[in-house]
Write a protein that binds this ligand. Structure first.
Ligand code: DQA
Length: 137
């Protein structure tokens, strides 16, 4: 079972970025825990701040992986190009948000990628990634 996590813009700053919203844990630390929790899964982690690079990653892995957990960050709310990339690939994509986007600013309530994703996990903190992996298993 091959599963990838793709984190988009500003998520490289997890641990430092708005800790009241996103917590204190760097994603690299949490990823080590995920690797231990899901020792039998081939887990890959990508992070990129650029829309085009995220699209390239989706194209590269989206025909061979069994599942993708995508936290597209702010691109979630307006990137039709990322939406089209998700629609173009074969691998199912789960939309992940650490924060409860629906309890935040109005511009975060809309997701342009949600209709082409298998489902959405939002507001459960880092645990959302573990829950997403469990779904694919
Ligand atoms: C986020 C929510 C987005 O609105 C925001 O732009 C992010 C992170 C989340 O994980 O809660 O960068 O995707």
């Amino acid at each position: 079972m091959k599963i990838a996590i793709i984190n988009g813009p500003n998520l490289n700053l997890l641990g430092k970025r708005e800790p009241g919203i996103y917590g204190n844990e760097p994603f690299e630390d949490y990823f080590l825990k995920l690797k231990q929790l899901f020792a039998d899964v081939e887990l890959e982690y990508f992070q990129n701040n650029s829309e085009g690079n995220i699209i390239d990653i989706l194209h590269e892995i989206g025909f061979t992986y069994d599942g993708i957990l995508l936290n597209a960050g702010a691109y979630t709310h307006y990137s039709i190009a990322i939406r089209d990339a998700i629609a173009a690939i074969k691998t199912p994509v789960l939309e992940i948000h650490i924060s409860n986007v629906h309890a935040r600013e109005e511009f975060r309530h809309k997701s342009v990628i949600a209709p082409v994703c298998k489902g959405t996990i939002a507001g459960l903190g880092m645990k959302g990634y573990a829950l997403g992996i469990n779904y694919f298993l």
